[in-house]
Design a protein around this ligand. Structure first.
Ligand code: MLT
Length: 264
């Protein structure tokens, strides 16, 4: 592997047989956001759903979690499982990790599904806000951040009192403070990935929530247009969490994309 730095051993769920597919969650969640897709897609694919460093049950060391480092952790997991190449599905921050893999470890990527994500770096204001937010989380924990995220994660009509929404809040509020802070600092430092996606050499799909308030649909559309041969799937009635808000439509979009990938 090119550069594992200090790769962490990730906690992960593995189900099914066939083409290996890695499902990467966004920030600050865990692999559990993919529950519906793991259950459905494991009938045809070998699903590997890790908790990224600092999230879920994976180790949460102190430090800055560069997207390259998070990608290296995933490549190390694939090495441990004896998998040479997998289809990667990245949600939001998981998409940033996938873009880092395309840049640094392209040989591990057989196909790329970018879900509710975008290739742009943070503005200076956003960077500052992330760094300040990391300080707050380290001193007071992640509950305030989780509450503020709840306001923007879902399409307006999604029931924020539903068990699914409450589970998402719980995931965010119980992510370790070092994990949340490390990811905030790593996202603040991430580079522009526009050129990486323009030069993508594997099949790709962009899956976008039609009512995403975090990654505006126009940004996802522009990203899809910039990627040679990439399809765009709009998930109606979904915001930033299409796998939770519209699980069947999201699974169907992923199944169609994954089914078209070469097996070797
Ligand atoms: C995510 O869902 O992973 C985050 O909204 C990404 C971000 O904060 O840029």
């Amino acid at each position: 592997m090119a550069n594992t730095q200090r790769a962490e051993k990730l906690h992960f769920e593995e189900r099914g047989k066939g083409l290996p597919v890695v499902l990467l969650h966004g920030f600050p969640f865990s692999h559990h956001i993919w529950r519906a897709q793991i259950d459905a897609l494991s009938d045809s694919f070998r699903i590997i759903a890790p908790d990224l460093r600092g999230h879920g049950q994976s180790p949460a060391p102190r430090g800055v979690y560069d997207m390259d480092l998070l990608a290296s952790d995933v490549c190390a997991l694939l090495d441990d499982l004896g998998i040479e190449r997998a289809a990667w599905v990245g949600h939001s921050m998981g998409g940033y990790v996938l873009m880092a893999a395309l840049r640094r470890h392209p040989r591990y990527v057989r196909g790329a599904a970018l879900v509710a994500t975008h290739p742009l770096p943070d503005s200076p204001d956003k960077r500052l806000q992330r760094v300040q937010s990391a300080e707050v989380v380290l001193s007071e924990g992640p509950s305030d951040l989780a509450l503020s995220m709840m306001a923007v994660l879902f399409a307006p009509k999604f029931d924020r009192q539903s068990p699914a929404a409450r589970d998402i809040y719980e995931l965010m509020a119980t992510t370790p403070a070092f994990g949340v802070a490390g990811a905030l600092r790593g996202m603040a430092a991430r580079p522009d990935s526009v050129e990486t996606l323009r030069q993508i050499a594997v099949p790709a799909v962009v899956i976008a929530g039609a009512e995403d308030q975090v990654v505006k649909p126009a940004v996802a559309e522009e990203m899809a247009r910039s990627m040679p041969g990439a399809a765009l799937v709009r998930i109606e009635g979904a915001g930033h969490m299409p796998m939770i808000e519209q699980p069947e439509a999201t699974t169907a979009a992923l199944r169609e994309f994954l089914s078209g990938l070469p097996r070797r």
